[in-house]
Design a protein around this ligand. Sequence first.
Ligand code: SAH
Length: 220
Amino acid sequence: MREDADQRMQFLLTLRRRGISDKAVLRAMDEVPRERFVEGDYLHAAYADHALPICCGQTISQPYVVAYMTEQLEIAAHHRVLEIGTGSGYQAAILSRLAREVVSVERYRTLAETARSRLAALGYNNVEVVVGDGMAGAPQRAPYDRIIVTAAAATIPQTLTDQLAEGGIMVIPVGPQEGPQHIIKLKKLQTAPGREPELVREDLIAVRFVPLLPGQAEQL
Ligand code: SAH
């Protein structure tokens, strides 16, 4: 128990030391039990600051990257957020503590179902996990105040920027599968009626993500 408390204190200290300063984000990172989202073999490393393997050859992202992307989203309590790449459900859990509602899309049914039951068991009832191709977004509920993609795209999918509300923010890792990837932050500016909305782009930190793949996964 004592060791657990030490590990979690260290976890938060590392995030702060690496520059995460948003209090609400730190609170969410403190509140969500990461050990509930990692696989049994990796329980000992649940609070270490690195990515870990999960089912279907995918990964649960590194805590620092989860906190960083969440901070960059500038979420307000009334926001509706779309996540592409549910994976373990951990990032969705963090988002659910900050936003009104989260819709998260995953192409592997197994991952989606596991994440859904983890989130329900923790009482995080404002998350809806959808099985499907996230490259198409989730148009039935669009537009979204915030969009986060947690798999690396070769280019920014226009389908997703189309589903971003005016004044909205999207963060997405962009780059080749085996090459340099960066978090890109896009802000959709409010425009006068009848004019095309403008996107302002900012290139942020270098990252390493599994690829955003087209279509729903056929197996698993
Ligand atoms: N956010 C996750 C990290 C998941 S890794 C977490 O907190 O654990 C990236 C995930 O994106 C993988 O589960 C992968 O299956 C999924 N993915 C990749 N391409 C996708 C697509 N087109 N639509 C939906 N999910 C996709």
